[in-house]
Design a protein around this ligand. Structure first.
Ligand code: G3H
Ligand code: ZN
Length: 315
């Protein structure tokens, strides 16, 4: 299946515009119909381009046929939507995503030694080029846990001296960097911790016209944590990246921002609250509709308040 037949685009033109107009394309993860619909609704409502991100474990959870059936069923026509493999850990995993119709893949070689990361990324790039699929690579390592495929206890900042060489040798289309964000809901020990804007600045100076990517950017809204905990949940000491810091990063050549945890919290908060308020309900469509609305609201907030991507969709 070719992604163009599904109305999808790769990320190259998206990033060129984002760099020029100083905004970021949101990359939101999805893993079922509800998350997919909510992201597409938010994109449509705000006229924002969007990257539909699928992790290896989400792909396994949905299965190729269900996933691609949902994408086909969504009847995407806007030319502002990319389908992206998030954190592919092997050439085979990236090749598989390309073969089934993804328009963009990330090869995450961040835990590999530099030369091996270059070698593996290059192999993915060579294959992806045949299909005009874009490739994101990563240098530096983010700590934290997103799912069983994306976890690390290491936090290694990207070394600015490495980036020109890496991009030149791999010919990747975008580069994820580590400047202090992390995966999951527990990113901070105190609210005074800051991203390493000095590192971002050095990287952006070395690669002034190259799209940079920020993973682990969820804000972890405390109002959602409160709703979860008030309705039987137990999430303690969760803290995210303040919106102002992500906005500042977006003004410095970050043109793709990855958010997953915030929507998971919105989904969970809405379901917990809905079931608690209406304990007699056992129709999943009712509480899943509430959950979709809450996720859409969260995505719209992030598109308008953080990414600066509202209204940037191509007509
Ligand atoms: O790849 C996905 C994102 O990096 C998720 O980050 O846990 O901050 O939402 P998050
Ligand atoms: Zn990530």
């Amino acid at each position: 299946m070719n992604y163009k037949d599904l109305g999808l685009v790769n990320t190259k033109i998206m990033f060129a515009d984002a760099l020029k107009r100083k905004y970021a394309i949101p990359a939101f993860n999805f893993y079922n119909m509800e998350t997919l619909k909510s992201i597409l609704d938010a994109s449509e409502n705000t006229k924002s381009p969007v990257i539909l991100a699928v992790s290896e474990s989400a792909l396994k959870y949905m299965g190729d046929d269900f996933l691609m059936g949902m994408i086909s069923g969504a009847k995407i026509k806007s030319k502002n939507i990319a389908l992206h493999l998030d954190h592919g850990h092997s050439f085979e995993s990236c090749k598989h995503a390309i073969d089934i119709g993804f328009s963009s893949v990330m090869f995450d070689g961040s835990e590999l030694p530099f030369s091996e990361n270059v070698k593996q990324t290059k192999k993915v790039v060579n294959y992806a080029k045949k299909f005009n699929v874009s490739v994101e690579a990563e240098l530096g390592t983010l700590s934290g846990i997103e799912d069983e495929n994306t976890k690390s206890d290491k936090n290694i900042y990207t070394n600015p001296s490495d980036v020109i060489n890496f991009v030149h040798e791999t010919d990747c289309d975008s580069l994820a960097i580590a400047i202090g964000t992390s995966h999951g809901a527990y990113k901070r020990n105190n609210s005074s911790e800051k991203l390493r804007f000095d590192i971002l600045d050095q990287i952006a100076q070395k690669l002034p016209k190259f799209p940079l990517v920020l993973h682990g950017s969820s804000n972890i809204p405390q109002n959602l944590i409160k709703i979860i905990n008030k309705n039987g949940g137990k999430i303690t000491d969760a803290m995210g990246i303040p919106a102002a810091q992500v906005r500042r990063a977006v003004s410095m050549n970050i043109c793709k921002v990855n958010v997953d945890s915030d929507a998971r919290l919105a989904f969970t908060a809405a379901i917990r609250e809905s079931l608690f308020k209406k304990p007699e309900n056992f129709d999943p469509r009712k509480y899943l509709t509430v959950a979709m609305n809450k996720m859409t609201e969260t995505y719209i907030h992030e598109i308008t308040e953080i990414m600066n991507s509202a209204g940037k969709a191509k007509k």
